[in-house]
Write a new protein. Structure first.
Length: 183
């Protein structure tokens, strides 16, 4: 094969590759639809970059697990669980005035390594924003809150991206979820 034919073949491969990448990128940047969101999703990654370039998320531990469910009737629920949770026996009572000081410490540790709320959800497909309308939460202060999150699909994974803070001092949090096909 002469040099001219090699160059033409290489050019054809590059054009095909570029077209494939652009097509994949266009598919991944298309707005997420309601039907695509409905179902159960398992947490596969938490990504955090603070304004000082820190990577340690102040809310979630590395290797946390979780599940988020979007029901077609408009209900949702999310649970995020820290790794290496300390186990102890099921308490006889959950009332704060009962139990030992050790039980109180274990309850506090369990609370600090678990995050959950449920409520309803709405989707603004044009803006790719899902909003969770919290009805009840592990943290009572979150009840009645609305949490809007930018969403996208990246290779079949659901990605929530939240940005906060001024330009140049921005915090970026990403939660990456993978569809659960079976329990």
């Amino acid at each position: 094969m002469n040099l001219s034919r090699c160059a033409q073949a290489l050019e054809a491969v590059l054009i095909f590759s570029l077209a494939s990448m652009l097509q994949a990128t266009a598919a991944d940047t298309a707005p997420v639809t309601r039907d695509q969101l409905i179902g159960a999703w398992r947490l596969v990654a938490l990504e955090y970059v603070g304004p000082d370039r820190s990577k340690v998320d102040p809310f979630y531990q590395r290797d946390s697990t979780g599940l988020i469910v979007y029901d077609p009737s408009g209900w949702m629920s999310v649970h995020i669980v820290g790794p290496h949770r300390q186990a102890w026996k099921v308490p006889v009572s959950r009332l704060p005035t009962t139990g030992t000081p050790e039980d109180s410490a274990l309850k506090a540790a369990a609370f600090d390594t678990y995050y959950a709320y449920f409520g309803t959800w709405s989707l603004d497909e044009a803006r790719s924003v899902v909003t969770h309308h919290v009805i009840s939460a592990l943290l009572p202060a979150e009840e009645g809150q609305d949490y809007g999150q930018q969403i996208s699909l990246d290779n079949g994974r659901l990605v929530f991206t939240n940005r906060s803070g001024p330009a140049g001092r921005e915090t970026v949090r990403r939660k990456v979820w993978e569809r659960v096909l079976s329990p």
